[in-house]
Design a protein. Structure first.
Length: 202
């Protein structure tokens, strides 16, 4: 199963994301099981994630939480375009060094408000901004002790003042009790279905 990791499991690795997020803090670091994955399977993992359908493909409790969040955002103007990337904050693509800016970039994940930043053979990042926070979802491909590779996810955040910090604290229980467990089941199943397409889903 997936497991939460200490922040150092992200900060100690030579990820390129460190170059462009020195003013962001690490909020969460998680590892997801991808049995029998090899060093060159990261693009296949990303393709499997794209096939999961975003929030619309999540279980009912997760969809309900997202629906409530979007309703509150619409009511209080949290997700007004003027509060997002290109409005309240500049896109982190403006910080990318030339080699990352010129690297091929896949389409944004369907059904999510995130915008892709860059994509490499073992690393992928996308960003989101609203009135509460500017955040980056970073995915990395990491060798394990048994010779496989596994997916690592880090959430990097830059809260928007006191309101943003209070918002992040308020949603933490929902992330740990509902969102991350559902994400775990969906992402790990996505890899199993990719690796064994004729197998019956668990």
């Amino acid at each position: 199963m997936s497991r939460r990791l200490p922040d150092t499991e992200h900060t100690s690795r030579p990820w390129r994301i460190h170059e462009i997020t020195p003013d962001f803090r690490v909020e969460d670091v998680w590892a997801f099981r991808t049995p029998d994955a090899g060093p060159d399977d990261f693009p296949a993992m990303l393709a499997a994630l794209r096939a999961t359908g975003g929030p619309a493909g999540q279980p009912l409790p997760t969809r309900f939480l997202f629906a409530v969040r979007w309703k509150l955002g619409a009511l209080f103007g949290w997700d007004d375009p003027r509060q997002g990337v290109g409005g309240r904050v500049w896109s982190l693509r403006e910080r990318l060094p030339p080699d990352l800016r010129l690297a091929p970039l896949s389409p944004n994940l369907d059904g999510t408000p995130f915008t892709n930043l860059y994509e490499l053979g073992d690393e992928f990042a996308m960003e989101l901004a609203n009135k509460t926070v500017h955040t980056v979802c970073h995915l990395g491909w990491v060798p394990t002790d048994n010779g496989d590779h596994e997916l690592r996810m880090a959430a990097l955040v830059k809260p928007n003042g006191l309101f943003g910090r209070l918002y992040m604290a308020a949603i933490a229980p929902f992330r740990y009790l509902v969102v991350y467990p559902a994400l775990t089941r969906r992402w790990e199943r996505a890899w199993r279905d990719h690796a064994h397409p004729t197998a019956t889903n668990a």
